[in-house]
Design a protein around this ligand. Sequence first.
Ligand SMILES: Cc1cc2nc3c(=O)[nH]c(=O)nc-3n(C[C@H](O)[C@H](O)[C@H](O)COP(=O)(O)OP(=O)(O)OC[C@H]3O[C@@H](n4cnc5c(N)ncnc54)[C@H](O)[C@@H]3O)c2cc1C
Length: 405
Amino acid sequence: MAQAGARGENVFAVTVHVVGAGVAGLAAACTLAEAGERVVLHEAAKAAGGRCRSYFDPALECRIDNGNHLLLSGNLSTMAYLKRVGAEGSLTGPAAPDFPFVDLASGAHWTLRINPGRLPWWIFSPARRVPGTQAKNYLALLQLRRARSEDLVAPLVGHCGALYEKLLAPLAIAALNTMPEVASAAPLRAVVAETIERGGAHCVPRWPAVGLSESFIDPALAFLEAKGADIRLSSRVAALVPGQKTVLAVPPWIARELLPNLTVPDAFEAIANLHFVHEMPPGPAGFWGVIGGTAEWVFAKGNITSVTISAANRVAEVPNEVLAELVWADLVRAFGVPADMPVFRVVREKRATFAATPAQLARRPGTRNADKNVFLAGDWTDTGLPATIEGAIRSGNRAALALLG
Ligand SMILES: Cc1cc2nc3c(=O)[nH]c(=O)nc-3n(C[C@H](O)[C@H](O)[C@H](O)COP(=O)(O)OP(=O)(O)OC[C@H]3O[C@@H](n4cnc5c(N)ncnc54)[C@H](O)[C@@H]3O)c2cc1C
């Protein structure tokens, strides 16, 4: 690394450099440090975490996450990562695989209740499945099993009426961060195979009890420090040093700058999060899916109510104030919150994830590339999963293991 060399000779005694301290880089660094390697972790920003971080917001006068991150108990690499860094108790969420929904058009509220075991008897129970569906509609999940990366979500499963509108489309938009009309069905298939198909025990919703940094970032940094890793924040890597063992865990456009021959995803989708200073009673699960509005997922987080809009290139031109009014109006209709909009903050992550279209999936590189000393990690590498924490952590672990041989 260019600036690493400027720090003195002893820097080159280290074994491995990890560039980027998002969850992919942290997962790689932890795997390497645990294997006994000396790790130097370089992060360009003042704080670690990348797209998964918490910070103090002066307008709201409290700490918030850059965006609501929903995990499922079936995200096994994520759960193993949290366990490794001593943060396995830091997540919260309902005790059971329950997903409350509200439909703005009809005013209907229902809770999807997946039974814990692998045999999906919940689809035979009208009280547990999506209202307006029949057991036979769920055969669409089998169709999804055969999805190839060129198959799009909407043409493949869009024919199944209420099941599509009230479950598969919202799931696809949330998991792929891409509209189902253009999103590849293959990464959705991977998500369904690792969660719903394995039964409710793999579908329990989870999110950080305090914040993203408190769960995913700070414990990993403490773990690395305890292992003697050299953590360098505000340390932007401008060039790779030939011959130096490196895990490159930066966003794709930076990877391309550092490795000019690399093919990487180059189309992105935004995610918008709206944080309102308003305390909602947490209801049965602490969160809700919203059908038929601008708001898509609502989280009751103490004195903050946080709303997520995925695939948010759609609302890029909508000014923040207008977007907040649209979302607040949804909350008034869905939950009867007071009509007066409270103090709010809109956080737009413009390049939240790559667009999960077939063309972009084809641009995902594997761990290895032409430089045998550089190992790629990041949610945009070819994990088979969409760009999620689970994919990012898996990519980091994989890069570290490849480096270790
Ligand atoms: C608003 C939002 C909501 C999301 N919701 C969910 C969700 O509900 N569930 C879920 O699983 N996932 C969700 N995700 C996706 C998840 O956050 C990402 O998949 C994950 O954080 C990506 O981690 P990463 O390490 O691959 O990349 P990044 O987090 O982008 O990490 C890359 C790091 O590299 C650093 N860097 C860049 N250039 C350099 C350089 N030259 N030198 C040194 N360092 C450099 C960056 O500063 C950054 O810290 C969401 C993402 C966003 C933005």
